[in-house]
Design a protein around this ligand. Structure first.
Ligand SMILES: *Cc1c(COP(=O)(O)O)cnc(C)c1O
Length: 375
């Protein structure tokens, strides 16, 4: 089965092998050396002033960011399930909560965020997804962060990059906290989350808040290449292998470029056979198609072509399907997917099969590759 869901993503064989070794004790020089190397690669990936790894799914890092960086009122952008979650976290901790809600295909407008901040002096942190996975949407986070910092540099910008870190280069100049999760673009099993932090964020964290998710205790320990509590040793060993594999395959720049190419080629191929891209601003992490036959296409992909893609949740259940673009994916696998979709549409009587989807995919992907064009 080809796993083409936008998280979890397939774990490469060499990474699975690296994680299959004997369990290592976390308080040993051997593990600390692995931790140190992993941290070095993470600094390069995140380009933030500090990085912290915690043993939790992505939501644990979202919660850590909110409780440590928001002391009064959180403004969250809700254009989908994950954006909504930030508001729920704020409420669960008794923090003030203001929400900007949009349909799941609609990116937040920078003006709306600026207005909300001007209208409510209690807002001391903003939480937003870079890529909102519910609808495959890209929010203008960098622009938004810049605009807010011009108004008040003390307002913390929390950027959920769980489906963005490892997908594209993110300008963190105005971002205080950038979050990643192991099972998305980092090609690992679930259970490890990473936060990149700015110096301004570290200042605000101070002594930290919470207990397990207290970022001050983690920063202190992780600067010494250890963790406050038992480290997720196996996942960190896997993460080091993933990051070294990316390096060996040309580095982060090549990964971003190939991901962008696949996303562009998949979308062009599917639009060429009459399908519609759902988000008004598509993220590069996944290709999201809305279609009346979304459910049928999804099950035919699974049952007849061995391809597992994701559907939609809540009001988009049965109305969309999402094809992963994150990680190291061979283009021939993507070509298989778009070709299978064209064959499925043929059998539904919606078009005459000509091989157009794979042709357009190949042209779009390989032309830019031949021209060595950066996209
Ligand atoms: C998957 C995901 C999360 C949540 O991560 P969990 O690991 O399920 O806790 C948060 N934000 C985005 C954008 C995601 O795609």
């Amino acid at each position: 089965m080809l796993l083409f869901t936008p998280g979890p993503t397939p774990v490469p064989q060499n990474v699975r092998n690296a994680m299959a070794d004997e369990t290592m004790h976390h308080r040993t020089p051997e593990f600390e050396a692995i931790f140190e190397k992993t941290r070095e690669h993470l600094f390069e990936l995140f380009t933030t002033d500090e990085v912290v790894m915690i043993a939790s799914s992505g939501t644990g890092a979202m919660e850590a960011a909110v409780i440590n960086l928001c002391h009064n009122t959180l403004l969250n952008v809700n254009s989908g399930k994950f954006g909504e979650r930030f508001g729920k976290i704020a409420k669960a901790h008794g923090l003030g909560s203001v929400e900007i809600k949009n349909e799941w295909d609609t990116p937040v407008s920078v003006e709306a965020v600026v207005e909300a901040v001007k209208a409510n002096a209690d807002i001391d942190a903003i939480a937003v997804q870079i890529s909102e996975s519910a609808g495959g949407l890209r929010h203008p986070v960098e622009e938004l962060a810049k605009a807010i910092k011009e108004i008040n540099p003390e307002i913390m910008i929390i950027a959920d990059g769980i489906t963005a870190v490892g997908v594209e280069r993110i300008d963190v100049t105005h971002i205080d906290c950038l979050i990643a999760g192991s099972q998305k673009a980092l090609m690992l099993p679930p259970g490890l989350a990473i936060l990149g932090l700015s110096n301004v964020a570290i200042e605000k964290i101070g002594e930290g808040r919470g207990y397990y998710l207290n970022l001050a205790s983690e920063i202190k320990k992780q600067r010494q290449n250890t963790t406050a509590y038992t480290a997720a040793t196996t996942l960190i060993i896997g993460l080091l292998e993933v990051l070294e594999t990316i390096k060996n395959e040309g580095g982060f720049g090549v990964l971003y470029c190939n991901t962008a190419r696949r996303a562009k080629a998949t979308r062009a191929a599917l639009e060429a056979i009459g399908l519609h891209s759902y988000p008004k601003a598509p993220a590069k992490s996944m290709t999201t198609i809305d279609d009346k036959d979304a459910s049928k296409i999804r099950s035919a992909l699974k049952e007849e072509y061995g391809v597992n893609v994701a559907g939609g949740q809540d009001h988009l259940k049965g109305k969309i399907f999402r094809i992963n673009q994150m990680g190291l994916i061979a283009p021939y696998e993507s070509i298989w997917v778009v070709n299978a979709i064209e064959l499925i549409l043929h059998r539904m009587g919606r078009l005459e099969y000509t091989g157009l989807a794979s042709k357009v995919y190949n042209e779009t992907y390989f032309k830019t590759a031949l021209e060595k064009k950066e996209i």
